[in-house]
Design a protein around this ligand. Sequence first.
Ligand code: CIR
Length: 270
Amino acid sequence: MPPIFHFDHALVRAPGASIARGLRIVDRGSPTREGVQGELDAYVAALRAAGVAVEVLPALDDFPDSIFVEDPALVFPEGAIALRPGAPSRFGETPALSEALRRRFDTVLELSEGSAEGGDVLVTPGAVLIGLSARTNGAGAEALKLLLARLGLRGEIVSTPPEVLHLKTDCALLDEETVLATPRLASARAFQRCRVILTPRGEEAAANAIRVNDRVFVGDRFPRTADRLTAAGYDVRMLPCAQIALLDGGLSCLSLRWRDGRSSVASPRP
Ligand code: CIR
């Protein structure tokens, strides 16, 4: 079985002009459509160079945050799960994304209770961690555990510090044994079975990174994190993310990534 960070497919969504109205906890100015498009173009090129077939879905101008496709759904080789975002302005993203998922997955399950966003879900080898947050409540997390079990996956609910938007705002899987995490999340004891590499002070936002095949992608505003990961032996690539950061977004939020389960099935013998 390939490692869980091996991906051959990804979906992203183009930004619309409404991106300037995206949600944010603290207003530090609005991103522009062109600026976000530039960051997305670099991201797509980097995923493709890492061996991933990336499809770009059309912009949904009615939903300013819809470029953050990670939040309304989860994808696994075993199937997809359509979620229920906790932010009211994001409710309508799920039906649009589900339609795209149905064309790509044989199995698409639907969360029918509570709220849960994909940013709160970290897939680790031992369990799919579901972080409780302002966007993912207990009812949603419990219902999600049941859906994960239907795909043969074990969900585990963890707490996240109250000031954190999503679990993955503050952590990323680096390999089968290691996560990158902020000190505040690591001290919440979410990672009892993993080795933890901490983000340097002042670079906490670097924790929203992604491991894709043999590479680790980190925001280009975080040189000390990049140095720390390089020293630990990872092949680190830096990507621009200042525009999406204005909307509390990071690199994981921009894509749904999966390995096509069918591609790992041996071809029938002649
Ligand atoms: C939101 O507040 O929903 C967006 N502005 C940012 C979503 C970031 N997504 C993520 O961390 N998975």
